[in-house]
Design a protein around this ligand. Structure first.
Ligand code: IPE
Ligand code: IPE
Ligand code: MG
Length: 236
């Protein structure tokens, strides 16, 4: 049997919680609750498979346009998840990093996030980026703002701006490019996820709704990746 070529960095657009709940006559929040269980499973499976970086899209900069009740439920859920899981992450060598704009979070959520990042900061087995209030464009705008300040202060010249410098100013600094983006829920779009890091990502779309995403589905995506030939603009 040919050896599997495992992606180093996987990003997941966890879509379909609402439809999962609707199909069961439940409210959307119940779908997100069920989705949180799938999150736990996916993190464990990624670590056991030897994935080095897992980036999970939990809430986009555009998701604020949903009803406040749903937004609050998702934010609460992330806070509760981190409070409950941080010790396990430390035990399992998982370094958690929140990517996204933290400025809109409540004080208590921010404290939970900071505490979880601090406690897991020396973990070495896997990086877990949780994308919350994340948008690829917004991340790039924030990077451009920091770089513009450097130019303004005379620390660098415009000509010094290169890929390496931009990467340093992204929330994902240290995680590298994303090798594989998985989207559940049937839609075939990126929805503002990893605009820079996903420039050469392989794309895997699954019709499975996120709460139903299990190890078998995850392995299908990894097998798909393994069979791809990446050329990065060159020839084979
Ligand atoms: C979860 O799926 C993704 C989040 C934005 C939290 P959705 O809530 O978008 O579910 P669908 O697409 O409405 O089914
Ligand atoms: C993408 O899902 C964002 C997350 C999974 C967090 P959406 O449901 O917000 O995306 P669209 O609206 O279908 O593009
Ligand atoms: Mg959706």
């Amino acid at each position: 049997m040919q050896e599997l070529n495992i992606p180093k960095h996987i990003g997941i657009i966890m879509d379909g919680n609402g439809r999962w709940a609707q199909a069961r006559n439940m409210n959307r929040t119940s779908g997100h609750k069920e989705g949180a269980k799938a999150v736990r499973k996916a993190i464990t499976h990624a670590r056991e498979t030897g994935i080095k970086v897992l980036t999970l899209y939990a809430f986009s900069t555009e998701n604020w346009s949903r009803p406040a009740q749903e937004v609050n439920a998702i934010m609460d859920m992330v806070g509760r998840y981190l409070s409950a899981e941080t010790e396990t992450m430390v035990k399992n060598g998982i370094k958690m990093k929140l990517i996204g704009d933290k400025s809109r979070f409540s004080g208590s959520l921010l404290r939970t996030i900071n505490e979880s990042e601090e406690k897991t900061k020396d973990c070495k087995d896997m990086i877990l980026n949780i994308a919350l209030n994340y948008g690829g464009r917004h991340e790039l705008i924030r990077a451009m703002q920091s770089i513009a300040s450097l130019v303004k202060d005379g620390d660098i010249l415009p000509g010094d701006i290169n890929e390496e410098l931009v990467e340093k100013h992204l929330d994902t600094y240290g995680s590298g490019d994303c090798d594989l983006i998985i989207r559940t829920g049937g839609e075939k779009r990126i929805s503002n996820f990893l605009m820079w890091q996903g420039a050469y990502s392989e794309l895997y779309f699954s019709d499975v709704l996120w709460p139903d995403f299990d190890n078998e589905e995850f392995d299908k995506a990894i097998n798909f990746y393994s069979s791809r030939q990446r050329r990065f603009g060159g020839l084979k």
